[in-house]
Each structure stands twice: as C-alpha cells, then as structure tokens.
Design a protein around this ligand. Sequence first.
Ligand code: UD1
Length: 340
Amino acid sequence: MARILLTGGAGYIGSHTYTALVAAGHRAVILDDFSNADPGVIDRLDRIAGVRPDVVEGSVLDRAILDRTFADHAIDAVIHFAARKAVGESTAIPLDYFQTNVTGLIELAQAAKAAGVWRIVFSSTATVYGAPDRFPIPETAPLSYTNPYAFTKLTCERILQQAADADPFVVGILRYFNPVGAHPSGLIGEDPKGVPDNLMPFMAKVAMGELPELSVFGDDYDTPDGTCLRDYIHVMDLARAHVLSVEALLGGRPHVLNIGTGVPTSVLAMHAAYGAAVGRELPYRIAPRRPGDVPRLDADPSRAAEVLGFRAELDLDAMCRDSWRWVRAQAAGWRLNDPG
Ligand code: UD1
C-alpha cells in the first residue's frame, strides 16, 4: 500500500485514477482547487471506492499549501494532473498556461524535493509529437509544439528530466492519446463547461438534444474515409496505466510511455459507434477542417506493454456506452442517495 498525492485529483482523469488506485490497494490524497472540477465528485469517489479521499483544497501554485500537504500526509509518490488543457484557450492566454502548467510543476517539484518525495508521474500528451509522419508513433519520434498548451507539456517533460539528472527524482511521463469514456458506474465522468471542444463530449450533447448536430471537421484528409484518425482510450484503462506507472516508480523504474490502444479510429467511425450506443444515428454534417488538427495520431503502445505490462482492454463500444451512461445519469440529476 502506497500513499499517493493526486494534484488535480477531482478532475476527469484524476478522479478515475483515484478509483483505480484504491482498487489496487493504495490510498490517495487529492489536492485540487476545484477550478475545473465539481466538489460533489468527492462523495462519488467515496461511494465508488468505499474509501473517502483526503482532500486539500488549494492550488499547485501555492507553495505553503504544498508544503503543508507533504508535512501532513506521508506521501510516497505524486501523480501530477493539475493543469489547464484547452488548446484554443492557451493561444488566447498563453501566460496563464505557462503559470499554471509550468510554474505549477516547478512549485510542486520544489515542494516534493523539500519533503524528500522523489517519485512523480506526469500527465503528458500525444500533442508533444506535433504533426508526426510515421505511424504508429513510437516514443522516440521527434517532439515539437504548435500551441502554448503543447509547449507547456513538452517544457514540463524536459524540466522533470533535467531535475532528475541533478536530484534523485524517479519520473514517469505518460503521453496520453485521446482519453474518453467514463466510470462504468455512471457516477463520474467528463463534464466540460459550455460547448465542448472535444469530439465525444460534443456528440454527447448532440445525443442529449442540447446541440443540433455534430460538425465533422474535414472529410478530405488522406485517410481511409477522409476524416482524421485518433487513438481513443477508455479513461478506466488510462487510470489503470497510472497505477502501474506509480508502482514502477516505487520500484525505482523511470519511464516515458505512450498510453493509447494503438487502434486508429476515424471521426465517422466514432460517430457511428456513439450512435450505436445511443440507439439512433446522430445528426452530423461535414464542416471545414479545424485549424491545428493533424490527420493522424495513434500510439505505438508496445513500450508501455514491455515496461509496465500495460495493455488497453476496453474497446470503442465500451468507451461510447460508458460515456452515454454517465451523460444520461448527469442529465437525470443523479443524486448520491437517489440514484433512480
Ligand atoms: C485535443 C487536443 C489535445 C488534447 C485532447 C484531449 C487539439 C489540437 N488537441 O485532441 O491536445 O490532449 O484534445 O482529448 O485540440 N472533431 C470533429 N468535430 C468536433 C470535435 C472534434 O470533427 O466537434 C474531430 C477533430 O477534428 C479530431 C477528432 O474529432 O479529428 C478528435 O478531436 P478532439 O476530441 O478535439 O481531440 P484532438 O483534437 O485529437
């Protein structure tokens, strides 16, 4: 049993990871400022996991809170989720992204160092591969960035690697492909504010009748059906990858790994699968390409299999089914004591 600090642990990936950690016999403390998470998530985590997380409300930018958190809890390792993640927004307010994502990481690493906590799992992204030309993408592919969000993730990877050259940090960098889906209980999931940017949350709103139709951004790419290919991974698989990653760090094994399924899926294939989960075809139209989109982004997942023994298990149908269950439950006003 290890005790893990989850920064951003009330957010989408952090909350699912909490449930996976507890299921694997670990305990976790959540540090979250609830800027992009609902405090009601904590009750739901208690209900799913059967263990209520210790919660510290605060920001990774607040060194005093970080120091107190390390002092109050015997932390063995950190999984650092807390960050801003909207690509479009990052181009409008880059300095805010540098502060939260880069300064936040530095503050966290400084506090961890002061507390002698050397194991850190970092949430990175496939976006660090820029516009790759070799598929599936291995971890050795060239890295680049085309927007401030991607810049922050690549910068944080390098900060952690260079810090580990000087101090005894043991770092796990997980490059997520496209996380989707929700916990099978329907109690937690992704809950973006406003009109979603990402494909699956957008389709969920179309399915709920809150948005009229899906715009498929471009059908003239050089792909089998002309729409972009992505490597969608169920958030429960991704959560399990974090457990294996932190356990590897506790065993002294640093790593840089793609976390994906290795299965490329087109926008139209995803649209069809979501419609199948909902039980009817969802309205869509072909729209112009979205600036910044790359035609294809899918993982070579073999290194994660070798290093962690991690293989994604949940398929596209499970991703869509679990997303749809969560979205309906939310819309029905699912309450903790009244799940009907
Ligand atoms: C985006 C981010 C990535 C982030 C990921 C989180 C960009 C450039 N990248 O990836 O950094 O880690 O979200 O999951 O924003 N699509 C439509 N219609 C829509 C929405 C999306 O056709 O209304 C298409 C997109 O063109 C793309 C695919 O669906 O081909 C997936 O889009 P999205 O879910 O936004 O993810 P990414 O852009 O791959």
